[in-house]
Design a protein around this ligand. Structure first.
Ligand SMILES: C[S@@+](CC[C@H](N)C(=O)[O-])C[C@H]1O[C@@H](n2cnc3c(N)ncnc32)[C@H](O)[C@@H]1O
Length: 202
């Protein structure tokens, strides 16, 4: 249950749009969907990335705390005529019981309080298949960027480089930190986002 995002998503339009995040195309190159690749989208929102991956042939599982987001994801998947398994779950309570070839998340890990990050990221690492990848993007705090006008109180900032520290012994396929303009909420603002794609090389 997530009243904040339920309210935000409770409209015909898609708050984050329906185009996939640009990082999705890197995953297509790094681990093409040619052998039933299992992909998990953590905090799928209204489904733009999960449905994109399913359309490309990945076996997609996705979850979010917003039941409205999950229902919109199902509708987007139906419209695109693709199959995926999507359900309501909380990133702070969800623990893996099966491995995935791709663990994907964008703009969600800031909901993990600092004290349990290491345990949760450890769980992701453990349940990534050999040669699989974790592709994670998280908002980071910068002193020169004001807080977003639509930020939630449950959000816990990350710092530059922090995400990489969890993948020191994996192959870093891609990493970047970007500052981008955002019009969510209708008020122009900026975000800094750190992205890491790491491969569990064996
Ligand atoms: C910035 S949006 C990103 C949505 C999606 N990943 C995308 O790129 O379109 C953040 C998402 O995190 C979800 N979220 C917030 N707290 C969460 C939690 N504790 N567990 C799982 N998802 C959560 C929200 O419902 C929202 O859909």
């Amino acid at each position: 249950m997530n009243e904040f995002y339920d309210r935000r998503y409770d409209q015909k339009d898609f708050y984050w749009g329906v185009k996939p995040s640009a990082i999705c195309y890197r995953i297509l190159d790094l681990i093409p969907p040619d052998r039933g690749i299992k992909l998990l989208d953590i905090g799928c929102g209204e489904g733009r990335n999960a449905v994109f991956f399913a359309g490309k042939g990945y076996a997609v599982t996705a979850f979010d705390t917003s039941s409205v987001g999950v229902e919109k994801t199902k509708r987007l998947a139906d419209k695109a005529q693709v199959q995926l398994d999507v359900f309501v779950a909380d990133i702070n309570e969800f623990r893996f019981s099966e491995t995935f070839d791709v663990i994907f998340s964008t703009g969600v890990l800031q909901y993990i309080p600092m004290g349990i990050r290491s345990e949760i990221l450890g769980n992701y690492r453990k349940f990534t298949s050999p040669n699989g990848i974790d592709a994670l993007s998280v908002f980071v705090k910068k002193p020169f960027i004001a807080g977003a006008p639509d930020a939630e109180s449950t959000s816990h900032s990350w710092i530059s480089g922090e995400l990489l520290t969890y993948y020191q012994d994996w192959r870093i396929e891609f990493t970047t930190e970007e500052i981008f303009d955002c019009m969510s909420s209708g008020i122009p603002h900026q975000h800094a986002i750190s992205r890491v794609i790491a491969r569990k090389e064996i």
